[in-house]
Design a protein around this ligand. Structure first.
Ligand SMILES: CC(C)(COP(=O)(O)OP(=O)(O)OC[C@H]1O[C@@H](n2cnc3c(N)ncnc32)[C@H](O)[C@@H]1OP(=O)(O)O)[C@@H](O)C(=O)NCCC(=O)NCCS
Length: 150
């Protein structure tokens, strides 16, 4: 069964390859340090049967967004800087890409951020997308999950 877990030292980070060196390096060398220091949280997708193998991961951190960058209809309602959560990193292992895992990870990130938003004031989840296409997909999942929240 697939599970999302907080990255820990039992996960095999060194074997992870998503085809992007920066993202591989981040998972292998930086993600745990940032997690231990409380700067971000990295979650990994694993299969129960082989839970050391990382199928994919995402990283969440807190960010401040300039309200002038928000959609025009809401920008004026906020002060200049507003608190939010950032989907700072997202990757799926090469051999597991195009199986829906990316979408599953984004969906899990959105669920976590909705849960956070019940106890901490944030205006939403922002994506540092390498290309607009994947960012738009994340936004559609967020919109779908939050449409009843007013
Ligand atoms: C981008 C990435 C996370 C997608 O993961 P994946 O498991 O292959 O994606 P999925 O199978 O869940 O695909 C979900 C949807 O996103 C689309 N998609 C996948 N990669 C995309 C990309 N780079 N740009 C736009 N759309 C993309 C798929 O076509 C699919 O669309 P559909 O639902 O309309 O069919 C993965 O390819 C990856 O790790 N790439 C290398 C690192 C990277 O580019 N990270 C993203 C940083 S923003």
């Amino acid at each position: 069964m697939l599970k999302i877990e907080l990255l820990d030292t039992s996960h095999n980070r060194k074997c992870f390859d998503c085809g992007n060196k920066q993202l591989n390096d981040y998972l292998q060398n930086t993600a745990r340090q940032h997690l231990v220091k409380g700067m971000s949280r990295t979650f990994v997708l694993v299969d129960d049967a082989h839970r050391k193998d990382i199928l994919g991961f995402f990283t969440l951190s807190v960010c401040e967004v300039e309200s002038k960058l928000l959609p025009y209809r809401i920008a004026g309602k906020y002060p200049e800087q507003v608190p939010a959560v950032k989907l700072a990193r997202l990757a799926v292992a090469l051999k597991n890409q195009k199986c829906g895992f990316g979408k599953y990870l984004v969906s899990s990130a959105v669920e976590k951020v909705i849960a956070i938003s019940e106890s901490v004031g944030i205006i939403g989840l922002f994506v540092d997308a390498k290309d607009e296409g994947y960012g738009m997909k994340g936004r559609r999942i967020w919109d779908e999950r939050t449409k009843d929240m007013g």
